[in-house]
Unconditional design. Structure first.
Length: 112
């Protein structure tokens, strides 16, 4: 019975992770500029990594393979956001500015 519960839970996590990858891909294709595309891809990539690797670790059970998967997941969770930040910073430093329609003017949206 426990094995069935772990299988169902792992498949739920794997399907949710695949859904996040799909949403990130659609966001990357549909959003208007570089910064919004990068935002969509980086956020969904991090969440999908957690869900997919957790699902695979549940399938692997308590073993050396699960420990290796945890190490890989930790590496990806540390390097993914760092790479996204570096990419956005390099784009900004090279002169690629966000679209004016996405930048709020000073004081806009604040209560009077």
């Amino acid at each position: 019975m426990t094995e069935l519960i772990l299988d169902v839970l792992s498949w739920i996590l794997l399907c949710l992770g695949g859904g996040f990858v799909l949403i990130g891909g659609i966001g990357t294709l549909r959003l208007p500029d570089f910064y919004t595309r990068l935002h969509a891809a980086s956020l969904t990539d991090t969440m999908a990594t957690i869900l997919i690797f957790t699902g695979i670790m549940l399938q692997a059970g308590f073993s050396l393979a699960a420990l290796k998967l945890a190490a890989i997941m930790l590496f990806l969770l540390l390097t993914g956001p760092t790479a996204s930040y570096a990419l956005a910073n390099a784009a900004l430093q090279s002169g690629l500015r966000p679209r004016a329609s996405h930048v709020r003017a000073k004081g806009e949206g604040e209560a009077a």
